[in-house]
Design a protein around this ligand. Sequence first.
Ligand SMILES: Cc1ncc(COP(=O)(O)O)c(C=O)c1O
Length: 420
Amino acid sequence: MSSKTVISNQDLFGELDPSPRLLMGPGPVDVYPRVLRAMSAPMLGQFDPEFTGYMNEVMELYRRVYQTRNHWTLLVNGTARSGIEACLGSLVSPGDKVLVPRFGRFGHLLTEICGRVGGEIHTIDTEWGSVFPVEQIADEVRRGQPKVLAMVHGDTSTTMAQPLAGLAETCLETGTLFFADATATLGGMPFNVDGWGIDAAAAGLQKCMSGPPGTSPVTLSDRAAKAVNRRKHIEVGIRPDGYVGAAGPPISSNYLDLGMLMDYWSPKRLNHHTESTSMLYAARECARVVLEEGLEASFERHALSNRALRAGLIAMGLELFGDPDNRMVNVTGVMIPKACGNGEKVRAEMLDDFGIEIGTSFGHLAGKIWRIGVMGNVCRKPNILRCLASLEVVLRRNGYDVRSNSGVDAAYDAYSGAAN
Ligand SMILES: Cc1ncc(COP(=O)(O)O)c(C=O)c1O
């Protein structure tokens, strides 16, 4: 190498060394150490029988996490949005009617995705901080007879959870496919695919599953899989001899084509992308951790930690955001007190001085609420107490009058007698 091309150590920046943080925003959250260890396992070739064996195990593990017998339960490589886009882009053909009831930012995302693939969108809206009565959604489905009903389960932007049980019968009557985004609730709140008659669902790992962002578990009912396969067009270079494409319009994305992805995840192993090996290891380990604890136990741990957090916030005189009957269990919206302006200085001091991240908000809630997430591996008593104690100090330094130890004491009380 000539002296001109020598790169100094300064140009290489520092060795990656992220500061220790406690991630108590709306996600991503701290990753289970077992998951980080699984991610450092060696690569395997994508058709190595050992690796395809792991793919099959992932399918089985996520059937249990999703509470479904759906055969087509697999990973889409990319963040949760990729799984959402794969489901909706594969189900919604140009001109198909889609109903999107919106109660936060992520309902707008579903609208945008369905619109981009040519869906004829009908939306209903409710004020942020509230959700829809299930009967209202069912009436809209009966009235509009959409091909797809697309809903968010827990919308982290507003911290509200939409009840989804009770829609399946209407969707069956009208031939509507029912899609739900479980990104923020899977593993932390009940999300019962078969019990609620959901035809397609997508999620990420970086919330209650306590993994890194980067792969999206999705599940499809047989009805949904048939609808996708009516549009299946295998890409030219890998078509088997004599192949004839399906009659329906091709899915517009190649990468997010669930028809081809199902072939890749079937015994045919028809080559699509290269499965993201380390993310598959992560997804597999996330599911093993959650199922080893037990879904019900995981839901209860999330509920208890968040009850304790909320008791502490209320004891500090803070007001919680949104309809109390329909709050997500795992993310809490907190009204920013007047003394703290738009809340950004408090967030910065929580991060810089205590290493704790809490969330800001979007749209018209920006500067009005903080969002505190307690999910996955973070969902433990020491973290709740640390967060409340730190917040008390920071709030006081920012001019908000708070009684000493009120938050921590109330959280202790919430935990007393409960296993944590
Ligand atoms: C409800 C919901 N849906 C979708 C997403 C998008 O997920 P990702 O950023 O992993 O694509 C998020 C992320 O916060 C979310 O909370």
